[in-house]
Structures are given as structure tokens and as C-alpha cells.
Design a binder for this molecule. Structure first.
Ligand SMILES: [Zn+2]
Length: 156
């Protein structure tokens, strides 16, 4: 099983072809009504801006719509966090890319993987607190290191 656990909210992992993506900080591509909780795609709301200002919730008519991203001070979505930990505990290998690993609970996820027998690989420009439990640490930017890793692994 291959999965991506991300703190990004831009949906680019899905655009790149990743099929199982756990978004710890939600998604900027969906919009939720604060009043009734119903969701729709941001594109749908965006399209209504042409004819309706402010755009209203299709279910209740409310005007308090927000992207389903986790804003500062909001809690992370519990199902996403639980799924991330379950995947970590079942993982053989965890590759952590471009994270300082200082924001919790996300930073606990690689530790959970290692505690359950996974090999941890860290790719980050700066040292992280989990480098000491990683099998491999690669210093560099994700944009440079990952294409090189992909080339090397496809050559094997
Ligand atoms: Zn609503």
C-alpha cells in the first residue's frame, strides 16, 4: 500500500497521480458551509461568483462558506490523523519530504512508523529532530532530491 500523508492543501499530489492522499490540513479545493456543514467543490462556488455575490450555500442559503483547510488555531481533522497513524504503523518504509518535523501531532507520525518497525528516510534542507531515528537522511530541497531519487530507483 502506497499513501501520501500531506500538510499541503493545494491538491497537487492528486494532480500528480497519487491516488491515496491523506490531507492533515484539509483541502483548499472543497468549500464547507459553516452554518449547515454541507460541502461542495471550490470550483462550483467559484463558478457561482459570476451570478451571485456573495455565493450562497446550496443547501441552506447561508453565506458563511470557507475552504476546508485547517486554519491557525483549528484542530486537524481526526479521521485524517487516525488514518495517517494507522498507515504509519503498518508501513515498511516511510519517506518524509520537506518537513521540519516540529509541528505536532504530524511530527509524531514518523516516530509511530519507526516504533512499529518501519525504515525512516528523511529528505529535508535542514536538520530535523527525527534525523537520529532515520535510517537515511538526505539534506537538500525536495525539488532537487526527489527527481534524482526517482531516476536512481527507475534505473534499478
Ligand atoms: Zn449551508
Amino acid at each position: 500500500m502506497i499513501a501520501v500523508v500531506t500538510q499541503n492543501t493545494d491538491g497537487l499530489h492528486q494532480d500528480a497521480g497519487s491516488r491515496r492522499v491523506i490531507e492533515l490540513h484539509g483541502s483548499g479545493r472543497t468549500v464547507q458551509c459553516i452554518e449547515c456543514g454541507s460541502r461542495e467543490t471550490r470550483a462550483e462556488v467559484q463558478a457561482r461568483l459570476e451570478v451571485e455575490m456573495p455565493p450562497r450555500c446550496k443547501m441552506c442559503g447561508g453565506v458563511f462558506l470557507k475552504p476546508t483547510v485547517v486554519l491557525f488555531g483549528e484542530a486537524m481533522p481526526i479521521p485524517a490523523v487516525e488514518e495517517a497513524f494507522a498507515l504509519a504503523k503498518a508501513a515498511d518504509v516511510m519517506l518524509v519530504v520537506g518537513s521540519s518535523l516540529v509541528v505536532y501531532p504530524a511530527a509524531h507520525i514518523p516516530s509511530a512508523a519507526v516504533d512499529h518497525g518501519a525504515t525512516l528516510i528523511v529528505v529535508n534542507a535542514e536538520p530535523t529532530p527525527l534525523d537520529r531515528i532515520a535510517e537515511v537522511v538526505i539534506r537538500g530541497s525536495a525539488g532537487e532530491v526527489l527527481p534524482e531519487l526517482a531516476t536512481l530507483t527507475s534505473a534499478v
